[in-house]
Design a protein around this ligand. Structure first.
Ligand code: ADE
Ligand code: ZN
Length: 349
């Protein structure tokens, strides 16, 4: 079946209605300024911005680090278990509105434990929200613990140990924060231990870092997905390898433009990579900071890239389901719903 003939003016309704999975969302990056101010007031924290508007006005980034500085400052208002719960529930409400059926949430425990917040407060607050997302909206959700790559491997080992009493609440580990100068090799031993524990493995690579970091994420960390990965296009042999292996890339278009990885959405390479056979998925990364949640990312790329068709919309949604760590039985159901939505659109197009 091909959906390439679906008229472009029918596409925006389809992008909204199609079931989709989100595989690259830092839950701390979903903290909207209003919630930052509410939590700061509750927890007696003074922010360095006088108002919600002033904080939002500061969201003009020149690169990844300029964003991370604000992102870690924003996360400092999270103190109690319920703060983590409220943050995640606010995201799930948005996810439901975008027809997200499955979400894998990154969280950065070191950002919180370094400030004295107990690991249990972080993980149990998020896990309670995941359970309630299922109960309230039928959203399937799981957690991926990320190590901060600007910190040491010893700190990552300590973090893993502190998290292991809550092992039942997270399915995998990732690697995030400032990429330049912090190659995957720095974390080879801690990721080997995580693999031995049966955790799923992902890592940010090739966002700002070179294609060689994507290769070492594959060959040293043995990742099952690459987060971002867009700089692979600088190495045609690597592009072919990613296509042949159908290694998923969790691409974050609005993030890439906000952090100046691409100057404009029109210059984004995701359509080229998708048409070269790579397993591209779309994601929001840090939606509160980058101007939109998952559906806004879909809308932005379809508006900017005229070469994307209805078939591509189906493929992107299908890739997100295939590349997820959800149980196979769930995937079968979501694929059936996805095909049904597109078959109906084709019949009326
Ligand atoms: N942490 C939150 N967002 C990130 C990104 N886009 N890259 C690396 N680390 C992050
Ligand atoms: Zn990210």
């Amino acid at each position: 079946m091909t959906y390439a003939t679906i008229a472009r003016n029918h596409l925006s309704a389809l992008l909204a209605r199609m079931p989709k999975a989100e595989l690259h969302i830092h839950i701390e990056g979903s903290l909207e300024p209003e919630l930052i101010f509410a939590l700061a007031a509750k927890n007696g924290i003074t922010l360095s911005y006088p108002s919600v508007e002033a904080l939002r006005a500061a969201y003009a980034f020149t690169d990844l680090q300029s964003f991370l500085d604000l992102y870690y400052a924003g996360a400092s208002v999270l103190i109690e278990e319920d703060d983590f719960y409220r943050m995640a529930m606010a995201y799930f409400a948005r996810a439901h509105a975008d027809h997200i059926v499955h979400a894998e949430l990154f969280f950065d425990p070191q950002t919180h434990t370094e400030r004295g917040v107990p690991m249990g407060a972080v993980i149990q607050g998020l896990a309670r929200a995941c359970a309630d997302a299922k109960a309230h909206w039928g959203i399937s959700a799981s957690l991926i613990l990320c190590f901060l790559r600007h910190l040491s491997e010893a700190s990552a080992f300590d973090t893993l140990e502190a998290a292991l009493p809550y092992r039942a609440h997270f399915i995998g580990v990732g690697l995030d924060s400032g990429e330049r100068g912090n190659p995957p090799e720095k974390f080879a031993r801690v990721f080997a231990k995580c693999r031995a524990l049966g955790l799923r493995i992902v890592a940010h690579a090739g966002e700002e870092g070179p294609p060689a970091y994507i290769e070492s994420a594959l060959d040293v960390l043995h990742v099952e997905r690459i987060d971002h990965g867009v700089r692979c296009s600088e190495d045609p042999v690597l592009v072919q390898r990613l296509a042949d292996s159908r290694m998923p890339l969790t691409v974050c278009p609005l993030s890439n433009v906000k952090l100046c990885v691409f100057n404009t959405m029109q210059e984004h390479n995701l359509a080229t990579l998708l048409h070269a056979g790579l397993c591209i998925t779309l994601n929001s990364d840090d939606p509160a900071y980058f101007g939109g949640y998952l559906l806004s990312n879909f809308e932005a790329v379809f508006a900017a890239l005229p070469e994307l068709s209805g078939q591509d919309a189906w493929q992107l949604a299908r890739n997100s389901i295939d590349a997820s760590f959800a149980p196979e039985a769930d995937k079968v159901l979501w694929r059936t719903t996805l095909d049904h939505v597109f078959d109906q659109a084709l019949a009326t197009s």
